[in-house]
Design a protein around this ligand. Structure first.
Ligand code: NAD
Ligand code: ZN
Length: 395
């Protein structure tokens, strides 16, 4: 060993982020999935499928089509037992026994680091299976097929996974770059309307932060998206996914080692609102409220033009996202969310605010009185919209 070696040596690892967009992944577009399943030396790769129960029920032919895919390509891939089904939503992240089951099934199938776990489901199932895959053998290759708009537009593209522990969300988890992500639009067809619009609050968030023209485009498509016009929804999911991916691959901090989380605009309150509402508020719904509040606050404090505030609130409303909830008015509890947000990352409190659409910046403190005013303005807007709709229905 040279004695003059420096004590600290920086090194970097070249990761690859594989993101695909398809419309019929188990039919016309099946080669996209097949191409991601690289042989393991001379041998066909071992592949195991995990499916969210809700989509398995809502799209009853999905399991049949998966089996047919496997049979068509026998020899090219090695299937490993039955298709595994898991409960969707937070249940899968709250039950540690399900994590144990996943690990046992991986073990029984002799999966190794060159095997593939293909997971088809909402963000919760992706998080839980992704965590199990990350810790088994210190990492089995994971291919995500997100089935919610939120997971396709945001979380599924990311590099995080987790389960909940000690009654705390995402307490147990890792950063792990998935082998690949396939955003297939046909998987969204069975999603309930309420979940369908949820993902677009993240699209509003990310375009607001990154690109004024894209934000305007999204606003102009909002009503069609709410009506589930896929010619409007698909490109916006894609744009949102690409912005999130660019942040991970080119933003310089994929594993969140710095104090700031610039894509978490509106999220300090969103996380707290979800918990305060006992998860009656879904993540996307809470994000819509959080984005609205921080947008009004940005205008009260930092001169974001009022006309832009009006556009943001209007856009979220046209998407069908409701901008008020009783828990929003318990500001004492809500403001405790600021400290929780800080603790999660460590270091100083760092929030992202906007001085203009497409021009975010960081702040390290909050004026509670002004934040209270922002909340009141968002709630007042929501009330006007609701009574407008009621009148409209009566009329
Ligand atoms: N890893 C990350 O970076 C990250 C980021 C944000 C959120 N998350 C996590 O994602 C989770 C939320 O994910 P989500 O918003 O995708 O919702 P979800 O996974 O909770 O799914 C919502 C409901 O829809 C069902 N479902 C999913 N796809 C369906 C389909 N196509 N048809 C019919 N039903 C379907 C699910 O079973 C569930 O009941 C939370 O646990 C959150 O913590 C993770
Ligand atoms: Zn989010």
């Amino acid at each position: 060993m040279p004695t003059d070696a420096p004590a600290d040596i920086e090194f970097s690892i070249p990761f690859v982020h594989r993101l695909r967009f398809t419309r019929d992944i188990l039919g016309a577009d099946e080669s996209v999935l097949l191409d991601l399943l690289e042989p393991s030396g001379d041998l066909p790769p071992r592949v195991q499928f995990w499916v969210d129960e809700s989509i398995a029920q809502a799209q009853p032919d999905l399991r049949h089509r998966l089996r047919a895919f496997v049979m068509r390509h026998e020899g090219r891939i090695t299937p490993t037992g039955n298709i595994q089904v898991l409960p969707g939503g937070e249940i899968v992240k709250n039950d540690i026994h399900l994590l144990e089951r996943m690990l046992k099934v991986f073990h029984a199938a002799n999966l190794d680091r060159r095997s593939y776990i293909v997971v088809i489901g909402g963000g919760a199932v992706l998080d839980a299976v992704g965590f199990a895959a990350a810790i088994a053998h210190r990492g089995i290759r994971l291919i995500r097929l997100p089935t919610t708009t939120l997971a396709q537009a945001d979380s599924g593209v990311g590099v995080k996974n987790s389960v909940n522990l000690f009654h705390k969300k995402n307490w147990l988890g890792t950063f792990a770059v998935p082998w690949g992500i396939i955003n297939d639009s046909s998987l969204l067809s069975s999603l309930p309307d309420r979940d369908f619009v949820c993902g677009f609050s993240e699209a509003v968030k990310v375009t607001l932060l990154k690109d004024a023209a894209r934000f305007s485009e999204l606003c102009s498509l909002a009503t069609r998206i709410r009506e589930r016009d896929m010619t409007a929804a698909e490109p916006m999911i894609r744009i949102s996914a690409e912005f999130h991916r660019a942040h991970i691959t080119r933003g310089g901090d994929p594993f969140e080692m710095l104090e700031a989380r610039p894509l978490d605009y509106g999220h300090w309150s969103a996380h707290k609102l979800e918990v305060m509402s006992d998860f009656q508020l879904k993540h996307g719904e809470a994000v819509a409220i959080g984005v609205a509040v921080d947008t009004v606050y940005s205008s009260l404090m930092f001169g974001l033009p009022k006309s832009d505030v009006a556009r943001v609130l209007q856009c979220l409303d046209e998407l069908g996202l409701v901008l008020d909830h009783p828990v929003l008015h318990d500001t004492a509890t809500l403001f405790a969310g600021l400290e929780e947000f800080r603790q999660h990352l460590g270091g100083r409190l760092t929030l992202t605010m906007l001085e203009a659409v497409g021009r975010p910046f960081e702040v390290h403190s909050v004026d509670y009185a002004k934040m209270g005013e922002a909340i009141a303005q968002v709630a007042a807007f929501a009330k006007t919209q609701q009574s407008g709709r009621r009148k409209h229905r009566i009329g």
